[in-house]
Design a protein around this ligand. Structure first.
Ligand SMILES: Cc1cc2nc3c(=O)[nH]c(=O)nc-3n(C[C@H](O)[C@H](O)[C@H](O)COP(=O)(O)O)c2cc1C
Length: 311
């Protein structure tokens, strides 16, 4: 059976709903030897800043039960090097290019947006608001609806490209989602890593040099599915599901909860072809269940009523 896998996310048309998650797939082109990049719905780049950043000292990655704890510290090549050395090849891969970016201040976010808006080959932007607002004492932009809306509005004013705002689980995600939708976001992605830490009792030291980091991988999937479910019911803009997706069935949990598309992250560390496997799994499900158009599965969860209390 021929399955139509295409979907539109905030004005951005994708051939299929599977994207790679920022920071887990480099700048995309590094993976060209492992898989046919043109099969992907899109590539979300490593988070970019105006100037290059070296990130945190090692150890920066620790394995946890069914998860990964990281504190990379947003190491990246910076916008200028990306535009000159990486984007030309990336733009020729036959898939959508979504640039994830961040800044230390609202002004820096806005400047990044303006520069990215002028770059041919960049199809959409993903705004990482889980970053400290240096001018406001270091609290992450994404933790409060007001600061999340302010940075979204500043970026929106400088770009006409599809704007996806990436939500943090360390906040009232529904309130922040409503705020960024009101400030002009075209879509939201759920979710970034969960703040976490691990300690080695033998040394009494944290396992990450940065002391704390962000948790990802299968361990976080139920949290991300719930966040997607809550946010999708609260806003009218599309939602992209991210968190612990390893297979087509994992991705479909997010889709049924209300996500229009999905991003595959930590799975790329164990299998560089994970995103294509996820795509094949979604397609096989559609064929098996006689679903001709993938998009009819979005928000198709069957429940016997509204959720009540836990336990
Ligand atoms: C090593 C690593 C680096 C990451 N870097 C970024 C980043 O630069 N920008 C961002 O928005 N998210 C970043 N993330 C978060 C992922 O894109 C994703 O939201 C999160 O890991 C949950 O998905 P997963 O469980 O499938 O990995 C990073 C995650 C990991 C594991």
């Amino acid at each position: 059976m021929n399955v139509d896998l295409s979907v539109e996310i905030g004005g951005l048309r994708l051939k299929n709903p599977v994207l790679t998650a920022s920071g887990t797939f480099g700048y995309g082109i590094e993976f060209a030897d492992y898989l046919d990049l043109s099969r992907l719905g899109g590539i979300v780049t490593k988070g970019l800043s105006l100037l290059p950043r070296r990130g945190n000292p090692p150890p920066r990655i620790v394995e946890t039960p069914s998860g990964l704890l990281n504190a990379i510290g947003l190491e990246n090549v910076g916008l200028e090097n990306f535009a000159r050395d990486i984007l030309p090849a990336l733009a020729k891969t036959g898939t959508r290019v979504i640039v994830n970016f961040f800044g230390d201040s609202v002004e820096e976010y806005a400047q990044m947006a303006a520069e990215l808006d002028g770059l041919g080959g960049v199809d959409a932007l993903e705004l990482n608001i889980s970053c400290p607002n240096v001018k406001a004492g270091g609290m992450a932009f994404g933790t409060r609806p007001e600061s999340a809306a302010a940075v979204t509005a500043a970026v929106r004013a400088r770009t006409g490209k599809t704007l996806i705002v990436k939500l943090s689980p360390a906040c009232d995600a529904v309130a922040v989602a409503r705020a960024v939708a009101g400030a002009g976001a075209d879509a939201v992605s759920c979710m970034n890593t969960i703040p976490a830490m691990a300690i080695d009792p033998a040394t009494r030291r944290p396992r990450l040099a940065n002391v704390t980091g962000g948790l990802s991988g299968p361990a976080v999937r139920p949290v991300a599915v719930k966040m997607t479910f809550d946010v999708a019911r609260a806003v009218t803009i599309p939602v992209v599901g991210v968190g612990g997706i390893m297979s087509g069935d994992d991705a479909l949990e997010f889709v049924m909860a209300g996500a229009s598309g999905v991003e595959v992250g930590t799975a790329n560390f164990t299998d560089p072809c994970a995103a294509v496997r996820v795509l094949d799994g979604i397609e096989a499900y559609c064929a098996r269940h006689r679903v001709r158009e993938y998009r009819t599965l979005i928000g198709s969860l069957l429940t016997d009523g509204a959720p009540t209390s836990c336990g």
